[in-house]
Design a binder for this molecule. Sequence first.
Ligand code: GDP
Ligand code: MG
Length: 219
Amino acid sequence: MTSPESNQIKKKKADLKVVIVGDADVGKTCLLHRYLHGEFYDQTPNTIGAAFFLKQWGSYNIAIWDTAGEERFSGLSSFYCRGANAAVVCYDIRSRNTFQSIEDRYTALLETAAENCSIVISGTKKDLVTDSNREVTAEIGAAKAKELCERWNSKLHESGRCPFFETSSLTGENVKALFEHIFETLTQGCDKTGADKSDTVDLEEKKNCSSKSRSKCSC
Ligand code: GDP
Ligand code: MG
C-alpha cells in the first residue's frame, strides 16, 4: 500500500535536471542558496558528494544538483552529470586556475550530459573583484561559454543572449538572471501538457524538445 507521503514524493519526480559544477570553494553552494532562499549563506558546509534540490518552474519540476568540487568526489560528480539538461559551470573570477579547471576537469564530466545540454558559465564572487585581483576578463569568460555551447550543440535562450554571467551571491547580482535564463531556455518550445500527463517523465524523451526553438548565440 502506498502512503500519502510516498504519493507526494512520486508527484514531485523531476522533469528536467540541472547540475552545478566547478572547483571547491568557487561558490556553487552559495549561488544556489542565494537563488533558492534569497540570502547569502556565509557558513556553507562542505558539499559532500552532491546535494539535491527541487525547483518548481511553471508546471515543471526541475532537479538541481549541487556537486562537490573536490578531486576525491570527481567520480561522484560525473555520476550526477549523467543526463543533465543544463549545467552551470562555475569559476572564481579572481582565480585563473579555477577557470582553467573548466577545460581540465569539467568538460570531461559533461560528456555524460544529455545531448544539447544547455551550458551556462558563471564567473563568481563579483563583489570581491577589483581591477588588481581580477584574473579572468569577462570577454574570456564569455568566449569560453560560446565555445562550450558550440561544442555541446547547446540549446540557447530565444533572446540569443550569451550564456555567461558574472555573479555575486553576496549582493545577488545576476543570480536570478542566471537561473531564470536556464529555466526559460529549457522549457521554451516544450509541450507543457505533455509534461503534466505523467509524473514520471522520461528525460530521454524530454530532450527532443530541445532543438525546436534553438537560436544563435550572439556573444
Ligand atoms: P563551493 O565549494 O563551490 O560550494 O563554495 P561555497 O558556496 O561553499 O563558498 C565558498 C566560500 O566562498 C564561502 O566562504 C562563501 O561564503 C564564499 N562565497 C561564495 N560566494 C561568494 C560571493 O559571491 N561573494 C563573497 N564575498 N563570498 C562568497
Ligand atoms: Mg558546495
